[in-house]
Write a protein that binds this ligand. Structure first.
Ligand code: KIV
Ligand code: NA
Length: 277
């Protein structure tokens, strides 16, 4: 069997096909999305909400990102792994920023980092790029700005905010980001940005014109019990099928139908001779 070739940043940028990116935070999910053929796996700070059950992404730490990136890296074979930089890990100084991005790459074994924000992030982006770490940008609804934005709201609806998004996108491309996430903006704005850029745009709630699409895997597989945003399509319902399976297990245990002797070990000859594995 030929060795699997891992996707690369230049390969992603040069891709002529629509790109896909899916989130994963653990070994099993990384294997699932990698085998499905996604181009990129995002170890997103959405971790804070979908795995840790928090209200927003603000408390996620670099240590947590490193831990989850390590698990995801072991589960992937072909996909590019992008690690999110948590809130406050790239806001204070260039030194702290490069150290934190570097930990996600060296300890976490991600291939690239992603960070949120427009032109004001360029000094930090340049510092990370100087350390030879590829950076993905992220504009529009930037969840780490939830307090400044006053909630998770569609961005770019008025003229000023539209123009700011276009200018930020061009400035981030000039700074050297290899791809740009566009989150929750009107589809005509995403179309204009995608048309103006040479690098790929990866949309989430940004319509069909983007160069690729990203979704939170938990949302698209129905791995949550809350409401999902308008832009999510639920392609499977793991909460339902998983819940059915678990109910069947509980019933089988109550009925004495599980386990059978076939699912048990043969009687031992000597009590001290039991080897389980
Ligand atoms: O953290 C995340 O999952 C993200 C995507 C929604 C783009 O940043
Ligand atoms: Na994120």
């Amino acid at each position: 069997k030929p060795p699997v070739r891992k996707k690369t940043v230049p390969g992603i940028v040069a891709s002529r096909e629509k790109l896909t990116m899916l989130t994963a935070y653990d070994y099993w999910t990384a294997q699932l999305v990698d085998r499905a053929g996604t181009d990129m796996i995002l170890v997103g700070d959405s971790l804070g909400m979908v795995v840790q059950g928090k209200e927003d992404t603000l408390e996620v730490t670099v240590d947590e990102m490193v831990y989850h990136c390590r698990a995801v890296n072991r589960g992937r074979q072909q996909a590019l792994v992008v690690g999110d930089m948590p809130y406050l890990s790239y806001h204070i100084s260039r030194e702290e920023t490069v150290r934190n991005a570097g930990r996600i790459i060296t300890e976490g074994r991600a291939d690239a980092v992603k960070l949120e924000g427009g032109r004001k992030r360029i000094p930090m982006i340049e510092a990370i790029l100087d350390a030879e770490i590829p950076v993905m940008g992220h504009i529009g609804l930037t969840p780490q700005s939830v307090n400044a934005l006053g909630g998770f709201k569609v961005q770019g609806k008025d003229f000023k905010s539209w123009q700011r998004a276009v200018d930020d996108a061009l400035a981030l491309q000039d700074a050297g980001v290899f791809a740009l996430v566009l989150e929750c903006i009107p589809y005509d704005l995403a179309e204009e940005i995608t048309g103006k850029l040479d690098i790929p745009t990866i949309g989430i709630g940004a319509g069909p014109a983007c160069s690729g699409q990203v979704l939170v895997t938990h949302d698209l597989l129905g791995m949550s019990f809350g409401r999902t945003p308008k832009f999510v399509r639920q392609f499977a319902d793991l909460s339902a099928t998983g819940g059915d399976g678990l109910a069947a297990f509980i019933e089988a245990v109550h009925d004495g139908a599980f386990p059978t002797l076939k699912e048990s070990f043969k009687p031992s000859k000597k009590a001290d001779n039991i080897q389980l594995y």
